[in-house]
Ligand binder design. Structure first.
Ligand code: PLP
Length: 529
């Protein structure tokens, strides 16, 4: 008897919503439940009664009370909250059923355009989760603290952003000649270029490599990319197998660690030593090499520390790579933003016998981050990286080519007068702002910072005891909420202690002055709860 009541009520509710048995099976799976075709047909025919959990699922799909279905109640609709979960699903199913009933054979093409938008099988969709490949990826530079800053901005608050090395918002403009040449060539940049890049761009990069004394470079070994960023990802995908290890500096530029992890590799961080002007600790590098280590990443000049590595140190790193048969990836995107009359030495120039990939681009040296143009140069021992090169070519071909208008300005940008020099000489904005931020930060009680020699970042240290800091995320949030200043916490650069943060010193002097005054004021009373 109970079977019959159940069957009758089930059929009535299904008919109410014009749902067929197959619709019920589909709806159940969309709600994350399991319901077989034969199961539902048995319930409808009154042969069996489902278990309580299946009754609950059916009642959820149909938007009726479970007790009504089983005959224990005569009220088909219980309190709204008990049936609400399936209501979206039902609405979609009903819409779909109505549509099918009205025009069972119609096709999208035969219908008026306004009707075509209604062709939805269901408005209730399963949840789409991010790939588990992203589980080990950390990318905090544009992370939750930045989200909070965006929320505050949406609320009408003005935020001073000292968190991203984006040059244009701070009044650094790409050279006029570069803009003009891009404008001039734009109509010739409509098609794809050769996958590696335009001949003219690669020729200019090759000549640049010659000036940097990089040996054994051929046109075939030069690839343009949508910024260095794309090429970092491409190389990590081309090289790393699951479980392969790659040495990456700590603090890191998080894209390297993220791309290595995404490619299935394991980033192993070697220490850059604050006591030694943030230079890499050679003993630490050696101690972290295992049989799975395939490569070492060098970021010189460094983001976030502003360090510039001396030739002798680079020679020693190359020697380690030689001894342990490691590939070298040298990220030199800031190579033209060097101060104090120092010279940048390209790692590859010291490693003619080691497989090397050198990365650079126009984002920073030509204040043209938005044009998305970077490159990589393969050099040194190419024999041992033939298969890797094969992989690089596959991936390079697969992305067809990099942004062609960006490529079209490489020749102009790399030749002739280099306006970036005027920024990094005494009197230049980057130089003067660097001096100011370095001195001003060190004057704050509880803050110390190593003087950057290049780029436009400083990575100060906080006295965690004085401020009782246990979480750098909390510190960044407190500063944001109280002073509306956005910095990047040290943890965003894989720094394991809560005692560092990064400041981008691109804003004009007046703004920097205000920012440091506010920071000093904030720290004068700050104690983390
Ligand atoms: N490498 C380092 C060390 C960087 O700091 C950046 C950008 O900030 C990049 C690579 C990415 O540069 P691109 O704009 O060429 O993608």
């Amino acid at each position: 008897m109970a079977h019959q009541i159940f069957a009758e009520r089930l059929k009535a509710a299904m008919a109410d919503h014009r749902l067929k048995q197959a619709d019920m099976v589909k709806a159940a799976s969309e709600l994350g439940g399991r319901l077989g075709k034969s199961q539902i047909s048995q319930y409808v025919s009154g042969k069996t009664m489902p278990r309580a959990d299946v009754v609950a699922l059916l009642s959820q799909i149909l938007g009726v009370d479970a007790a009504w279905l089983t005959g224990e109640s005569d009220l088909p609709h219980a309190a709204a909250h008990e049936v609400a979960d399936g209501s979206d699903l039902l609405a979609g199913m009903r819409a779909s059923a109505r549509h099918e009933a009205a025009s069972p054979r119609s096709t999208a093409a035969q219908q008026p355009a306004h009707d075509r938008h209604d062709i939805k099988r269901s408005t209730y969709m399963r949840e789409f989760k991010k790939s588990s490949k992203l589980d080990n990826v950390l990318y905090d530079v544009r992370g939750p603290i930045t989200d909070e800053a965006a929320r505050m901005e949406a609320d009408g608050q003005r935020i001073l952003k000292l968190n991203i090395g984006n040059t244009a918002p701070f009044g650094f403009r790409a050279p006029e000649e570069v803009i003009q040449d891009m404008r001039h060539q734009l109509t010739e940049c409509e098609g794809y270029s050769e996958a590696r890049g335009l001949f003219s761009a690669r020729k200019a990069i090759m000549q640049y490599a010659q000036i940097k004394n990089i040996p054994n470079v051929s046109m075939d070994g030069i690839y343009t990319g949508n910024g260095v960023s794309e090429l970092i990802q491409l190389c990590m995908n081309a090289l790393l197998d699951n479980g392969d290890e790659i040495l990456i500096p700590m603090p890191d530029y998080p894209l390297w660690s993220a791309c290595a992890a995404l490619a299935g590799g394991t980033p192993v961080h070697y220490v850059c030593d604050e006591q030694a002007e943030w230079n890499p600790d050679l003993a630490d590098i050696e101690s972290k090499i295992t049989s799975r280590t395939k490569a070492i990443v060098i970021i010189n000049p460094n983001n976030p520390t502003g360090a510039l590595y001396p030739r002798e140190l680079l020679e020693q790193i190359v020697e380690i790579a030689r001894k342990h048969q490691l590939m070298i990836f040298s990220d030199e995107i800031y190579d033209r933003l060097v101060m104090d009359g120092l010279e940048h030495v390209s790692t590859a120039s010291l490693a003619p016998d080691v497989p090397c990939v050198t990365f650079s681009g126009l984002s920073k040296s030509h204040m043209a981050c938005g044009f998305r143009i970077g490159w990589m140069i393969l050099s040194g021992n190419k024999n041992c990286m033939k298969d890797f090169i094969y992989g690089v070519n596959m991936l390079s071909n697969m992305r067809l080519c990099s942004n062609v208008p960006g490529q079209s300005i490489v020749q102009t940008a790399l030749g002739g007068y280099q306006s970036v020099k005027s920024y990094v000489e005494p009197g230049g904005r980057v130089y003067e702002q660097r001096n100011f931020i370095y001195e001003a930060l060190n004057e704050i009680d509880g803050v110390t910072a190593v003087k950057p020699k290049a780029a436009f970042y400083i990575f100060p240290k906080l006295d965690v005891k004085k401020f009782n800091i246990t979480s750098d995320e909390q510190f960044a949030l407190d500063l944001l909420h109280e002073k509306r200043i956005l910095i990047t916490r040290g943890g965003g650069f894989a720094w394991p202690e809560p005692d560092h943060f990064r400041i981008v010193f691109l804003p004009r002097m007046g703004v920097l002055r205000d920012a440091v005054r506010e920071l000093a004021d904030f720290l004068s009373t700050y104690r983390q709860a």
